[in-house]
Design a binder for this molecule. Structure first.
Ligand SMILES: Nc1ncnc2c1ncn2[C@@H]1O[C@H](COP(=O)(O)OP(=O)(O)OP(=O)(O)O)[C@@H](O)[C@H]1O
Length: 297
Protein backbone atom coordinates (compact mmCIF):
# COMPACT_ATOMS: atom_id res chain seq x y z
CA UNK A 1 0.00 0.00 0.00
CA UNK A 2 1.26 3.50 -0.85
CA UNK A 3 2.13 5.54 2.23
CA UNK A 4 -0.05 8.47 3.18
CA UNK A 5 1.43 11.81 4.23
CA UNK A 6 0.31 13.88 7.22
CA UNK A 7 1.50 17.45 7.64
CA UNK A 8 0.37 19.10 10.86
CA UNK A 9 0.98 22.74 11.81
CA UNK A 10 4.27 22.71 9.93
CA UNK A 11 6.28 25.87 10.47
CA UNK A 12 9.67 26.58 8.93
CA UNK A 13 11.86 29.67 9.12
CA UNK A 14 15.16 30.61 7.50
CA UNK A 15 16.44 33.35 9.80
CA UNK A 16 13.87 36.11 9.48
CA UNK A 17 12.06 34.53 6.52
CA UNK A 18 9.08 32.37 7.33
CA UNK A 19 8.82 29.80 4.54
CA UNK A 20 6.00 27.61 5.94
CA UNK A 21 3.27 28.75 8.31
CA UNK A 22 1.08 26.32 10.23
CA UNK A 23 0.67 24.13 7.20
CA UNK A 24 -1.79 21.29 7.75
CA UNK A 25 -3.06 18.77 5.23
CA UNK A 26 -3.06 15.03 4.65
CA UNK A 27 -2.69 12.92 1.54
CA UNK A 28 -4.18 9.45 1.63
CA UNK A 29 -1.42 8.17 -0.66
CA UNK A 30 -1.46 6.24 -3.93
CA UNK A 31 -2.27 9.31 -6.00
CA UNK A 32 -0.53 11.88 -8.17
CA UNK A 33 -0.72 15.17 -6.32
CA UNK A 34 0.18 18.55 -7.79
CA UNK A 35 1.90 20.96 -5.39
CA UNK A 36 1.18 24.38 -6.83
CA UNK A 37 2.28 27.79 -5.65
CA UNK A 38 3.78 30.98 -6.92
CA UNK A 39 7.52 31.69 -6.70
CA UNK A 40 8.74 31.62 -3.13
CA UNK A 41 5.51 30.12 -1.79
CA UNK A 42 7.34 27.33 0.05
CA UNK A 43 7.04 24.32 -2.28
CA UNK A 44 10.72 23.33 -2.14
CA UNK A 45 10.81 23.94 1.61
CA UNK A 46 7.85 21.62 2.13
CA UNK A 47 9.30 18.91 -0.11
CA UNK A 48 12.67 19.16 1.64
CA UNK A 49 11.01 18.38 4.99
CA UNK A 50 9.09 15.45 3.45
CA UNK A 51 12.38 14.23 1.96
CA UNK A 52 14.12 14.37 5.36
CA UNK A 53 16.62 16.96 4.19
CA UNK A 54 15.70 18.89 7.31
CA UNK A 55 13.66 18.10 10.43
CA UNK A 56 10.19 19.52 10.91
CA UNK A 57 11.25 22.35 13.26
CA UNK A 58 7.71 23.32 14.23
CA UNK A 59 4.72 21.03 13.86
CA UNK A 60 4.97 17.50 12.55
CA UNK A 61 5.22 15.45 9.40
CA UNK A 62 4.60 11.73 9.06
CA UNK A 63 4.93 9.42 6.08
CA UNK A 64 3.17 6.09 6.44
CA UNK A 65 2.57 7.04 10.08
CA UNK A 66 6.24 7.70 10.96
CA UNK A 67 8.33 10.87 11.20
CA UNK A 68 10.72 10.70 8.23
CA UNK A 69 13.73 12.65 9.54
CA UNK A 70 16.74 10.36 10.04
CA UNK A 71 14.35 7.42 10.07
CA UNK A 72 15.94 4.41 8.31
CA UNK A 73 12.53 2.80 7.80
CA UNK A 74 11.12 5.80 5.95
CA UNK A 75 14.05 7.42 4.14
CA UNK A 76 14.70 4.63 1.60
CA UNK A 77 11.01 4.72 0.70
CA UNK A 78 11.09 8.41 -0.24
CA UNK A 79 12.79 9.66 -3.38
CA UNK A 80 13.24 13.43 -3.76
CA UNK A 81 14.16 14.74 -7.19
CA UNK A 82 15.20 18.38 -6.85
CA UNK A 83 15.09 20.82 -9.72
CA UNK A 84 18.33 20.58 -11.72
CA UNK A 85 20.39 23.66 -11.07
CA UNK A 86 18.60 24.41 -7.79
CA UNK A 87 20.71 23.85 -4.71
CA UNK A 88 23.81 21.69 -5.17
CA UNK A 89 25.32 22.19 -8.60
CA UNK A 90 26.43 19.43 -10.94
CA UNK A 91 28.57 21.84 -12.95
CA UNK A 92 31.81 20.74 -11.27
CA UNK A 93 30.80 17.11 -10.97
CA UNK A 94 33.13 14.81 -12.91
CA UNK A 95 30.90 11.78 -12.18
CA UNK A 96 29.62 10.05 -15.30
CA UNK A 97 25.95 9.29 -15.99
CA UNK A 98 26.71 5.57 -15.64
CA UNK A 99 28.12 6.09 -12.13
CA UNK A 100 25.17 8.26 -11.08
CA UNK A 101 22.84 5.45 -12.12
CA UNK A 102 24.97 2.81 -10.35
CA UNK A 103 24.75 4.91 -7.19
CA UNK A 104 20.97 5.16 -7.52
CA UNK A 105 20.78 1.39 -8.13
CA UNK A 106 22.81 0.75 -4.97
CA UNK A 107 20.72 3.03 -2.76
CA UNK A 108 17.22 2.50 -4.13
CA UNK A 109 15.71 -0.80 -2.96
CA UNK A 110 13.20 -1.00 -5.83
CA UNK A 111 15.51 0.19 -8.61
CA UNK A 112 14.51 -1.14 -12.04
CA UNK A 113 17.66 -1.31 -14.19
CA UNK A 114 15.83 -2.20 -17.43
CA UNK A 115 13.40 0.65 -17.00
CA UNK A 116 16.28 3.06 -16.31
CA UNK A 117 17.92 1.88 -19.54
CA UNK A 118 14.67 2.41 -21.44
CA UNK A 119 14.38 5.96 -20.08
CA UNK A 120 18.02 6.75 -20.91
CA UNK A 121 17.36 5.74 -24.50
CA UNK A 122 14.08 7.65 -24.65
CA UNK A 123 15.75 10.84 -23.37
CA UNK A 124 18.87 10.26 -25.47
CA UNK A 125 21.21 10.36 -22.48
CA UNK A 126 24.75 9.03 -23.12
CA UNK A 127 26.06 6.81 -20.30
CA UNK A 128 29.63 8.03 -20.69
CA UNK A 129 28.98 11.75 -20.33
CA UNK A 130 30.16 13.56 -17.23
CA UNK A 131 27.45 15.34 -15.21
CA UNK A 132 29.45 18.55 -15.62
CA UNK A 133 29.01 18.40 -19.39
CA UNK A 134 25.24 17.77 -19.40
CA UNK A 135 22.96 20.61 -20.45
CA UNK A 136 20.31 21.73 -17.97
CA UNK A 137 17.63 19.78 -19.84
CA UNK A 138 19.82 16.65 -19.90
CA UNK A 139 20.47 16.94 -16.16
CA UNK A 140 16.72 17.18 -15.59
CA UNK A 141 16.18 14.15 -17.84
CA UNK A 142 18.76 12.21 -15.81
CA UNK A 143 17.05 13.28 -12.59
CA UNK A 144 13.60 12.18 -13.74
CA UNK A 145 15.11 8.90 -14.98
CA UNK A 146 16.39 8.30 -11.46
CA UNK A 147 13.07 9.40 -9.92
CA UNK A 148 11.01 7.07 -12.09
CA UNK A 149 13.31 4.02 -12.10
CA UNK A 150 13.71 4.23 -8.30
CA UNK A 151 10.02 3.26 -8.02
CA UNK A 152 10.02 4.68 -4.49
CA UNK A 153 6.66 4.39 -2.70
CA UNK A 154 6.80 8.17 -2.19
CA UNK A 155 8.32 10.14 -5.06
CA UNK A 156 8.70 13.91 -4.91
CA UNK A 157 9.49 15.78 -8.14
CA UNK A 158 10.36 19.44 -7.54
CA UNK A 159 10.04 21.30 -10.85
CA UNK A 160 11.97 18.42 -12.33
CA UNK A 161 11.35 19.47 -15.93
CA UNK A 162 13.59 22.57 -15.86
CA UNK A 163 15.35 23.05 -19.18
CA UNK A 164 13.68 20.03 -20.78
CA UNK A 165 12.25 20.80 -24.22
CA UNK A 166 8.61 20.08 -25.03
CA UNK A 167 9.40 16.60 -26.47
CA UNK A 168 11.33 15.61 -23.37
CA UNK A 169 8.70 17.03 -21.00
CA UNK A 170 5.87 15.17 -22.72
CA UNK A 171 7.97 12.00 -22.71
CA UNK A 172 8.39 12.48 -18.94
CA UNK A 173 4.63 12.98 -18.40
CA UNK A 174 3.82 9.93 -20.52
CA UNK A 175 6.35 7.73 -18.71
CA UNK A 176 5.17 9.03 -15.34
CA UNK A 177 1.56 8.18 -16.05
CA UNK A 178 2.27 4.77 -17.60
CA UNK A 179 4.64 3.78 -14.82
CA UNK A 180 2.30 5.05 -12.12
CA UNK A 181 -0.56 2.99 -13.60
CA UNK A 182 1.67 -0.10 -13.66
CA UNK A 183 3.22 0.58 -10.23
CA UNK A 184 0.91 2.82 -8.19
CA UNK A 185 2.66 4.97 -5.60
CA UNK A 186 2.40 8.36 -3.95
CA UNK A 187 3.74 11.04 -6.27
CA UNK A 188 3.98 14.76 -5.60
CA UNK A 189 4.84 17.05 -8.50
CA UNK A 190 5.64 20.67 -7.76
CA UNK A 191 5.23 22.75 -10.87
CA UNK A 192 4.50 26.03 -12.54
CA UNK A 193 3.48 24.31 -15.79
CA UNK A 194 -0.02 23.63 -14.55
CA UNK A 195 -1.67 23.24 -17.93
CA UNK A 196 0.87 20.68 -19.06
CA UNK A 197 0.45 18.39 -16.09
CA UNK A 198 -3.13 19.27 -15.16
CA UNK A 199 -4.57 16.13 -16.71
CA UNK A 200 -2.17 13.91 -14.71
CA UNK A 201 -3.26 15.26 -11.34
CA UNK A 202 -5.72 13.48 -9.10
CA UNK A 203 -5.19 15.77 -6.13
CA UNK A 204 -4.07 19.39 -5.81
CA UNK A 205 -2.41 21.25 -2.95
CA UNK A 206 -1.99 25.00 -3.43
CA UNK A 207 0.19 26.99 -1.06
CA UNK A 208 0.87 30.70 -0.94
CA UNK A 209 3.49 32.37 1.28
CA UNK A 210 3.82 29.14 3.23
CA UNK A 211 0.10 28.82 3.95
CA UNK A 212 -2.35 26.29 2.62
CA UNK A 213 -4.75 27.86 0.14
CA UNK A 214 -6.52 24.72 -0.96
CA UNK A 215 -6.33 20.93 -0.84
CA UNK A 216 -8.85 19.32 -3.13
CA UNK A 217 -9.21 16.40 -5.43
CA UNK A 218 -8.59 17.66 -8.96
CA UNK A 219 -12.02 16.76 -10.31
CA UNK A 220 -13.83 18.63 -7.53
CA UNK A 221 -11.56 21.61 -8.11
CA UNK A 222 -12.32 21.62 -11.84
CA UNK A 223 -16.04 21.49 -11.05
CA UNK A 224 -15.60 24.84 -9.27
CA UNK A 225 -15.72 26.62 -12.60
CA UNK A 226 -16.87 26.41 -16.18
CA UNK A 227 -16.27 27.91 -19.58
CA UNK A 228 -19.55 29.19 -20.97
CA UNK A 229 -19.61 29.52 -24.77
CA UNK A 230 -22.29 30.84 -27.11
CA UNK A 231 -23.79 34.03 -28.56
CA UNK A 232 -22.17 36.96 -26.72
CA UNK A 233 -25.41 38.44 -25.43
CA UNK A 234 -26.69 35.15 -24.06
CA UNK A 235 -23.32 34.46 -22.41
CA UNK A 236 -23.36 37.89 -20.77
CA UNK A 237 -26.91 37.35 -19.51
CA UNK A 238 -26.06 33.95 -18.08
CA UNK A 239 -22.81 34.99 -16.40
CA UNK A 240 -24.13 38.28 -14.96
CA UNK A 241 -23.32 38.36 -11.24
CA UNK A 242 -20.86 35.43 -11.44
CA UNK A 243 -17.12 35.66 -10.77
CA UNK A 244 -15.57 36.00 -14.21
CA UNK A 245 -11.99 34.71 -14.59
CA UNK A 246 -11.57 35.51 -18.29
CA UNK A 247 -13.34 36.29 -21.54
CA UNK A 248 -12.58 35.58 -25.19
CA UNK A 249 -14.56 36.80 -28.14
CA UNK A 250 -14.59 35.76 -31.77
CA UNK A 251 -17.16 37.69 -33.80
CA UNK A 252 -20.55 37.18 -32.15
CA UNK A 253 -19.35 34.16 -30.14
CA UNK A 254 -18.02 34.59 -26.67
CA UNK A 255 -16.36 32.22 -24.17
CA UNK A 256 -16.45 33.36 -20.57
CA UNK A 257 -14.70 31.47 -17.77
CA UNK A 258 -16.57 31.66 -14.47
CA UNK A 259 -15.61 30.55 -10.96
CA UNK A 260 -18.05 28.89 -8.60
CA UNK A 261 -20.06 25.66 -8.76
CA UNK A 262 -23.02 25.55 -11.15
CA UNK A 263 -26.00 23.54 -9.92
CA UNK A 264 -28.29 21.46 -12.17
CA UNK A 265 -30.81 24.31 -12.48
CA UNK A 266 -28.14 26.70 -13.74
CA UNK A 267 -26.81 24.09 -16.15
CA UNK A 268 -30.33 23.59 -17.54
CA UNK A 269 -30.73 27.36 -17.86
CA UNK A 270 -27.48 27.53 -19.86
CA UNK A 271 -28.63 24.67 -22.07
CA UNK A 272 -32.02 26.30 -22.68
CA UNK A 273 -30.23 29.52 -23.70
CA UNK A 274 -28.22 27.60 -26.30
CA UNK A 275 -24.96 27.84 -24.35
CA UNK A 276 -22.28 25.22 -23.97
CA UNK A 277 -20.59 24.63 -20.64
CA UNK A 278 -17.08 23.21 -20.75
CA UNK A 279 -14.42 22.41 -18.15
CA UNK A 280 -12.31 25.20 -16.75
CA UNK A 281 -8.52 25.12 -17.04
CA UNK A 282 -6.73 24.34 -13.78
CA UNK A 283 -4.31 27.15 -14.56
CA UNK A 284 -7.18 29.70 -14.57
CA UNK A 285 -8.42 28.44 -11.21
CA UNK A 286 -4.91 28.56 -9.78
CA UNK A 287 -4.37 32.15 -10.94
CA UNK A 288 -7.72 33.15 -9.50
CA UNK A 289 -7.21 31.44 -6.16
CA UNK A 290 -3.73 32.86 -5.64
CA UNK A 291 -4.66 36.30 -6.99
CA UNK A 292 -7.37 36.64 -4.36
CA UNK A 293 -4.55 36.73 -1.80
CA UNK A 294 -2.48 39.23 -3.74
CA UNK A 295 -3.79 42.25 -1.83
CA UNK A 296 -2.47 40.77 1.38
CA UNK A 297 1.03 40.07 -0.04
N1 LIG B 1 18.19 28.63 2.24
C1 LIG B 1 17.35 29.65 2.38
N2 LIG B 1 17.70 30.72 3.14
C2 LIG B 1 16.86 31.76 3.31
N3 LIG B 1 15.63 31.86 2.77
C3 LIG B 1 15.23 30.81 2.00
C4 LIG B 1 16.08 29.68 1.77
N4 LIG B 1 15.40 28.81 0.97
C5 LIG B 1 14.20 29.39 0.71
N5 LIG B 1 14.11 30.59 1.33
C6 LIG B 1 12.94 31.47 1.31
O1 LIG B 1 11.82 30.72 1.75
C7 LIG B 1 10.67 31.05 0.99
C8 LIG B 1 10.14 29.79 0.31
O2 LIG B 1 11.11 29.36 -0.64
P1 LIG B 1 10.92 28.01 -1.47
O3 LIG B 1 12.17 27.81 -2.26
O4 LIG B 1 10.49 26.93 -0.57
O5 LIG B 1 9.71 28.41 -2.45
P2 LIG B 1 9.24 27.74 -3.82
O6 LIG B 1 7.75 27.75 -3.78
O7 LIG B 1 9.90 26.43 -4.01
O8 LIG B 1 9.76 28.81 -4.88
P3 LIG B 1 10.03 28.70 -6.47
O9 LIG B 1 8.75 28.27 -7.10
O10 LIG B 1 10.40 30.09 -6.83
O11 LIG B 1 11.14 27.71 -6.64
C9 LIG B 1 11.10 32.14 0.02
O12 LIG B 1 10.78 33.38 0.62
C10 LIG B 1 12.60 31.97 -0.07
O13 LIG B 1 13.23 33.20 -0.34
Amino acid sequence: MSPGIEVHNLHLRYGKTTALRDLTFSLSGGKICGLLGRNGSGKTSLLSVLASLRPAPGGSVTIGGEAPFENPRVMPRVCFIPAAGKGASDSADSTRVRTALDLAAATRPRWDRDYAQHLLERFGLPLDKRLSSLSLGMRSALNVTIGLAARAPVTLFDESYLGMDAHARYAFYEELLDDYMATPRTIILSTHLIEEIGSLLEEVVIIDRGRLVLHEDAETLRSQGAVCTGPAEAVDDFTAGMTVLGEQRLGQTKATTVYGPLDDRERERAHAAGLELGPVALQDLFVHLTKELEGSR
